[in-house]
Write a protein that binds this ligand. Sequence first.
Ligand SMILES: NC(=O)c1ccc[n+]([C@@H]2O[C@H](COP(=O)([O-])OP(=O)(O)OC[C@H]3O[C@@H](n4cnc5c(N)ncnc54)[C@H](O)[C@@H]3O)[C@@H](O)[C@H]2O)c1
Ligand SMILES: [Zn+2]
Length: 350
Amino acid sequence: MSGPLRRVEVPLRPERYEVVIGPGALGELASMLPGTARLAAVVTQPGIGVELDLPLPSFVVEIARGEARKSLATVEQLGRSFARHGLGRSDVVIAVGGGLVTDVAGLAASLWHRGTPVVHVATTLLAQIDAAIGGKTGVNLPEGKNLMGTFSQPRGVVCDTDTLSSLPEEEWRSGLGELAKYAFLGVAGLAGMSLVDRIEACVACKAGVVAADERESAGRMLLNYGHTLAHALEAAGLAGGADEETHAPATLRHGEAVAVGLVFAARLAEALGRVDAARVGEHVALVESLGLSPLLPKGSDPSRLVEFMARDKKAHGDLTFVLDGPAGVEPVRGIDASLVVRILEEMPSA
Ligand SMILES: NC(=O)c1ccc[n+]([C@@H]2O[C@H](COP(=O)([O-])OP(=O)(O)OC[C@H]3O[C@@H](n4cnc5c(N)ncnc54)[C@H](O)[C@@H]3O)[C@@H](O)[C@H]2O)c1
Ligand SMILES: [Zn+2]
C-alpha cells in the first residue's frame, strides 16, 4: 500500500511535534533530528530488525525483551552506555521499538544530562496508536507498573507501517485491543478503515486528549477506558505475562485484556443504568469484529480481581471506573465493590 504520508500534529506548547504515519515514513526520521546532534544513541531490542539510514554517527544499545526489562536497572544500563559513547546533551536518543522501548528510552533521555532530545520510531501497532504519543515515560517497580517516570515529549514520532510486517500475531491482537478503545472515545468507523487510516485516526484522538491535559489531571484518564479490569488481570497474572526470557506461560497480551475490559466496563455501565443492552452489544460486536475475545480469561476470580482494582494507582482509593454514558465516556467514582464482583461473576468466561 502506498500514498502520501499522513501527518498529525501534537499541539503542545512550547514544543509542538509531528507524528508521521504510513509506509516509508522512516524516510522522515532525519528531518526530526535536532540540528545540534553530532551523535545518536539508537535504543532498540533484538529481533525488531529496523535498519536506520542516519545522517550522523550512531551507536546501538539493546534492551532484552520482556516487560521485566522495563526497570530502573535498564535505565542505568542505558545511561552507562550513553556515557561510554560520549553522548552529549545536544545529541539525540532514537527509540526504535514498541511501547517498552519508547517508555524506557524516553525516561533515560529525559534524565540524561537532565533532558536530551528523543525521537520515537514506533514499531508495534500499540506503540503507533498509543504508547509513543503523548510524552509519558516510565518503568515498573516490583510494587507496580509504571510507578516511576516523567512527562517528557519526543521531538517527533515515526509510525512506518512497513515496520509492522514482522510483528507477531499476538502483538497485532494487542494493538487491535487498544484500537478498540478509541472507537468509544469518539473515533467513528474504525472497524472499516484501512490500517493507515486507523492509525491516523487514533493518533489524532490521542493528540487531542493529550493536548487538552498533558499531565493527566482529568481528561487523559479517558485513555484508560477498559484498563481497570485489564490492569487487574495483569496484576493477577492472567494477562501481560508472556515473557520470552522466563518462558512464563502465555497469557493475554495487554490490548487483549483491554478488549475484555471494554466489554466489562460496558456491562457495568449498563448495570448502573448509564447505557442500554444495545450499547453493550456494540462493545462486544466491535471487539469480535477485530478478531478479539470478549470473554473473561479462564481462572479469573472476581473477588481477587476487585482487590487488585482497589490497589490500581488510577483508582484514587475508592473504586473508580471510566464508563460510557449519555454524555460519552467519563470517570465515575464511588462504585460499590459488590456490584463489580457481581458483574464479573455474570461475565461469560473462556
Ligand atoms: N507511555 C504511554 O502512554 C503508554 C501507553 C500504552 C502502553 N505503554 C507501555 O507500552 C508497553 C507495551 O508496548 P507494546 O505493546 O508495544 O509491547 P513491547 O514494546 O513489549 O513489544 C512487544 C514485543 O514485540 C517486539 N517487537 C516490537 N516491534 C517489532 C517488530 N516490528 N517486529 C517484530 N517484533 C517486534 C518487541 O521486541 C517485544 O518483544 C507497556 O510497557 C506499556 O506500559 C505506554
Ligand atoms: Zn493500554
